[in-house]
Design a binder for this molecule. Structure first.
Ligand SMILES: Cc1cc2nc3c(=O)[nH]c(=O)nc-3n(C[C@H](O)[C@H](O)[C@H](O)COP(=O)(O)OP(=O)(O)OC[C@H]3O[C@@H](n4cnc5c(N)ncnc54)[C@H](O)[C@@H]3O)c2cc1C
Length: 277
């Protein structure tokens, strides 16, 4: 039988973490509990973050928002500040798992799982999000691209938790786009996904663009080369086709049970073509 500890304050959490060196934190448990059942491995106590109010909710900050790590996907989707200010993130949250998974799963859990297929990650990369790491006595902020070190690997150190994520309103970007391709239409883990922010002028020129692909590399793939190939060009099929060819070269997919690397490479390019719609 596993002990589950449920601190209600950060002070209690730090004590549990210090007294239980084998303890592992979780929030919604939709990744960790499935992983424990499937693979075993961790037998120490579980420390639940769900009851700690300081880790939940959305707060306005100058130029952007603070999102608590233990905030569920459902709660974020219901927040008009996310839906209206960060459509690229809202679009990803809307297709993450199923209603029960969105009711339980949290943004902090999605980030800390560090899966190449984690749906919130490509949007957080294009938004230049900062991950906030809390430890007894301090906090540090790390850009999301530095926080994610590899599949399942993060910059979290012993005694630290993720307390939240900070995102800034992407001024000037008038198009937000997220799309994932899976093996089926609902409840699908991404075979490939793309988050994009674009600034498109009234005459149809791409003035600026930020792109991030999921599931086509060990971590989220970004490419200054593909962004440069689009910038200053008309938003049309010919431009997107050239960029798509480049995108297929820069991604580093693998074969796995969901798709071959070759298929993922093809889809990574095809997803760009949809930016013209
Ligand atoms: C049926 C099903 C479908 C799914 N579909 C999708 C999908 O379509 N897209 C997708 O991206 N994911 C999907 N997932 C995975 C999962 O639901 C998400 O990754 C979810 O966001 C995880 O959040 P959680 O709070 O449940 O994480 P948990 O399981 O609680 O934790 C996950 C990991 O993060 C760590 N952790 C959690 N919170 C913190 C914190 N604040 N600080 C430090 N470490 C922390 C835990 O130790 C653990 O290692 C699916 C899962 C299931 C079971």
């Amino acid at each position: 039988m596993t002990d589950v500890l449920a601190p209600k304050t950060l002070e209690e959490l730090w004590s549990f973490l210090e007294n239980e060196p084998e303890g592992k934190v979780y929030a919604g448990g939709t990744d960790l509990l499935v992983w424990r059942r499937a693979r075993g491995g961790h037998h120490g106590p579980l420390i639940c973050l769900e009851r700690i109010d300081e880790l939940k909710g959305v707060r306005e900050e100058p130029g952007g928002l603070w999102i608590g790590a233990a905030t569920t996907h459902r709660r974020l989707l219901d927040d008009p500040r996310i839906r209206d200010g960060f459509p690229v993130l809202a679009q990803a949250l809307a297709v993450l798992g199923s209603p029960p998974v969105r009711n339980m799963g949290t943004i902090g859990g999605n980030i800390c799982t560090a899966s190449p297929a984690g749906d919130t990650l490509p949007p957080l990369y294009v938004l230049g999000a900062e991950v906030l790491l809390l430890f007894r006595g301090g906090e540090r902020a790390v850009p999301v691209a530095s926080f994610i070190k590899g599949p399942g690997l993060t910059a979290l150190e012993r005694g630290e938790i993720v307390s939240g994520v900070r995102i800034r309103y992407p001024a000037g970007f008038n198009r937000h786009h997220f799309e994932k391709v899976g093996q089926r239409k609902a409840l699908a883990i991404a075979v490939a996904s793309l988050a994009a922010l674009m600034a498109v002028s009234a005459s149809g020129e791409i003035e600026a663009v930020r792109l991030a692909w999921g599931s086509v590399g060990p971590t989220v793939v970004t490419s200054p080369e593909v962004e440069a190939a689009l910038t200053g060009r008309p938003l049309c099929l010919a431009t997107l086709r050239e960029a798509a060819a480049l995108a297929r070269e820069v991604c580093r997919p693998i074969d796995d049970l969901r798709a071959t690397a070759a298929y993922r490479r093809q889809v990574a390019g095809n997803l760009l073509l949809r930016l013209g719609i």
